[in-house]
Design a protein around this ligand. Structure first.
Ligand code: SF4
Length: 119
């Protein structure tokens, strides 16, 4: 037979005491708010780049946008690297990595470093 702590009734004390502790919150959690949406790394990068482009800055070169109709795809510094079945476009004016962080999109508006591509 289990030994009872002092002051606890053997017939009904144990289970009631446990239920009482489980019902009480340890801290006041405040108003419940939904947890923040978890955004993947790629989605977060896309959102950051869109915000930069909207504010007039090129996400990869970190320079101001030209503000005309030129795009990275027509720039002499835009270089493509084929890897398996894809081509990854990078800017030769900035340090390149093998990751997506230094990719450029051909359709992005050109920055002030843009130079006409010689064909
Ligand atoms: S416009 Fe040319 S220099 Fe500017 S980020 Fe694009 S590829 Fe690089």
């Amino acid at each position: 037979m289990r030994e009872q702590p002092p002051g606890e009734d053997a017939s009904e004390g144990g289970p009631q005491l446990t239920a009482q502790w489980e019902d009480q919150a340890l801290f006041d959690a405040g108003p419940t708010t939904p947890p923040p949406l978890k955004v993947g790394e790629d989605a977060a990068r896309t959102a950051r780049r869109r915000a930069l482009l909207a504010s007039g800055w090129h996400p990869t070169s970190g320079r101001k946008l030209r503000g005309d109709d030129e795009v990275c795809g027509t720039c002499a510094h835009c270089v493509g690297f084929r890897r398996h079945t894809r081509t990854y476009w990078k800017c030769a004016k900035v340090a390149m990595t093998r990751g997506a962080a230094t990719d450029v999109r051909l359709s992005w508006p050109a920055c002030v470093l843009w130079e006409k591509e010689e064909r």
